[in-house]
Design a protein around this ligand. Structure first.
Ligand SMILES: [Fe+2]
Length: 285
């Protein structure tokens, strides 16, 4: 069983769970946004309290990908600050980790994420897949690859963080400027052959599942029609596609856009409490 369709939840409504020794980051706190019950793969927001440290050499048995929302985190001798991104393959040796100031980090584990103390068994670590650090704040915005997105979305820009050379899976930041509702009354419906996963950091989105605000998250399995999509304030989000490269099949016709649509999320029962409009909107996640 793969991860269920979650579209959408507000991360503010998900509780911070203290992480114990069975977790990748004992002593930290984490919100699980989605998880695969079979593989252990998961998407989390991890909060490292100020002074957090893990002083023993260790590694993880699955790949870890992360993006720093706030604060600073050290992995060995590498410091990651707000807006920094990394992809650390399974088995990468980590002499230590710590956060002096505290940090909040969007974190993806590609499989079971328990940490293993000690040295890495040699063959596990494929250094060719390492992305040690990318400072996204220093990267220029590029034009989005999809011509319809580029043509219709005012102020659209993309920062590509990762493209897997074998699977074509990608990770990127995307921004749109505000749409003009007087001009943009209708939009197309779209379908992707792969998972589309999004954490909205700024702005808002109107779509048939409801009105997404900062801190919202969705995991949309392949083949699910969605749209039309619009934004009155613009948006800035963290995006991933899983299962291959993201291509888009657009509908020929257009449907009317509903701005500020009715709340109509699709979530499994265990996430129903988080698919709410009642949460602390002053919090970013
Ligand atoms: Fe999409």
């Amino acid at each position: 069983m793969a991860r269920p369709h979650i579209e959408f939840i507000q991360s503010q409504a998900v509780p911070w769970i203290p992480q114990d020794d069975t977790c990748a980051r004992p002593g930290a706190f984490a919100k699980t946004l989605s998880a695969d019950p079979d593989t252990g793969a998961a998407t989390l927001v991890v909060k490292y309290p100020a002074g957090w440290h893990l002083d023993t050499a260790h590694y993880l048995e699955s790949d870890e990908e992360f993006f720093i929302f706030k604060g600073a985190l050290w992995v060995g001798s590498v410091e990651y600050k707000t807006g920094d991104y990394a992809y650390l393959p399974a088995g990468m040796p980590r002499p230590s980790m710590h956060s002096d100031t505290g940090a909040v980090v969007l974190t993806f584990h590609e499989g079971a994420s328990q940490l293993v103390r000690g040295e890495t068994p040699g063959p596990m670590y494929d250094a060719g897949r390492l992305i040690a650090k990318m400072e996204s704040t220093a990267m220029p915005w590029a034009h989005p690859a999809d011509p319809i997105v580029a043509a219709t979305a005012n102020g659209a820009g993309r920062k590509l963080l990762r493209e897997d050379p074998e699977t074509g899976e990608r990770t990127w930041l995307l921004r749109f400027g505000p749409d003009d509702p007087a001009k943009m009354t209708h939009g197309r419906v779209e379908i992707h052959p792969v998972v589309e996963e999004v954490f909205l950091m700024e702005g808002e989105i109107s779509m048939p599942y409801g009105y997404l605000k900062p801190g919202s998250y969705f995991w949309r399995p392949p083949g699910i029609a969605h749209g039309p999509v619009g934004t009155l304030k613009g948006l800035y989000g963290f995006f991933r596609c899983k299962g291959g490269p993201l291509t888009t099949q657009w509908s020929d016709g257009e449907l009317p856009i509903t701005w500020h649509p009715k709340h109509n999320p699709t979530v499994p029962p265990q996430y129903a409490a988080y698919a709410t409009t009642s949460y602390d909107t002053s919090l970013p996640y």
